[in-house]
Write a protein that binds this ligand. Sequence first.
Ligand SMILES: Cc1cc2nc3c(=O)[nH]c(=O)nc-3n(C[C@H](O)[C@H](O)[C@H](O)COP(=O)(O)OP(=O)(O)OC[C@H]3O[C@@H](n4cnc5c(N)ncnc54)[C@H](O)[C@@H]3O)c2cc1C
Length: 443
Amino acid sequence: MTSQTQEKKSFEIAIVGGGIAGATLAVALIKHGIPCQIYEQGHGFSEIGAGVAFSPNALRAMDICDKSLRAAFEKVGTHNQWPEKHDVYFDVLDGMAGGDTPAATKPLFTLTNDQGMDAVHRAHFMDEVAQVIPKDKCHFRKHLDRVEEAGGTDGRVKMFFHDGTTAEADAVVGCDGIKSRTRQILLGDDDHPAARPQYTHVYGYRGVIPMEQAVEALGEERAKNSCLWLGKGAHILSYPVDGGKTFNMFGAVVDKGDWPSQDKLTLPTTREEALRDYADFGPMVKKQFELVGENIDKWALFDTGDHPVPHFNKGRLVLCGDAAHATTPHHGAGAGFCVEDSAVLSELLADPRVTRPDQLAAVFAAFDAVRRPRRHWLVQSSRRMVELYQGRAGNVDQADVEWMHREMEERFGRVWGYELGRAIREGREDVGRRLGEAGKGSA
Ligand SMILES: Cc1cc2nc3c(=O)[nH]c(=O)nc-3n(C[C@H](O)[C@H](O)[C@H](O)COP(=O)(O)OP(=O)(O)OC[C@H]3O[C@@H](n4cnc5c(N)ncnc54)[C@H](O)[C@@H]3O)c2cc1C
């Protein structure tokens, strides 16, 4: 169970969206005794049946949110299966090398950190997290249409849902993902360039394969431990999930065309099409696609990099997770940044000086100031990572592995080494300044 304390603030927070951002924020607020309600359009806290990796910064953020989150992760998390690979994040290999040649089987280099690769099956993780959120705080089948600030009783925020119902809170945190409605509401204009994410001209394939089959095809070392296969115009990465029972893979391909749908981020395709995309790759990569089902989905990778959201807060409304900073997955960090958001926002709201609804706008402004630069950086750095994986970076030759190794280490190091404690300290100082200023203004 979460270490829930008695509710002790005179304000109530509405969280819109029950993905990793919304659910982890709810857990953290509950720990601090901050009244909150969660509104999710789906039938429950559901996630897709694929893997997600959490790097060291994300695990530290879980610890700050609440020990129950880390416990949920530890219960379903999976490391590399070989003890000697426990600090390996990725063995980086040449995906285009052929057969059993040394080039195909020996890593170009290895990326390491203290924890190595830590991944979970998304749905299993969310099932665990859902168990620590009291049911009376969860409102499902609630699709938010619009919000009126000061539209409720005593100047509270009023939310209007698609089913015709309404609800009130003292503030709203938009955790409604990449196609966020709250982002549009915050920007005040559905046609604002930042209101919608853009196609990055990269799409991906995801697959989960029973581990025995993956071992048979790739050998135990490659199947049971995390690998990143570089290539021209495409790459693929893999790691074990489900305690090592399942091999999880994700391949990304550059797309010269446009994504054919405005609404759908996934479209059905076939294994044959995926194999055509990887026609120039070596057998270690092709075999992975031969093992996925005949009919698979293609995932469009959108982000907010061309038109970053200029501010994540407006009055009593603030954005967290992909709603604020939709990124491509090439850093494997979007979900981890959701947990960082939850840790920082909950700690700022828990500040003992923050007790009243009229102080929430100052907290959200401090949250925006301390989080926005890192979140915008991630979106751009993730774009750069796919260039490195696919040998397309302007002045980088694929053969220059040392140079690529250094740049990848530097960029991953910035993700993994985030000083969360320092960010929270700086945010709190800023909250103090803003409350002081607000106090002086109203005196
Ligand atoms: C292929 C791929 C691989 C990835 N791999 C990794 C990885 O290894 N590591 C990592 O850290 N990150 C990874 N990411 C990124 C990560 O998945 C996301 O950053 C993260 O899941 C976003 O969580 P979220 O809660 O912000 O949004 P979501 O998970 O999208 O949740 C939003 C929720 O809001 C609900 N909602 C939406 N609109 C409304 C509305 N109007 N009213 C009410 N509810 C609403 C939705 O139903 C949903 O439940 C990957 C992403 C992709 C695409």
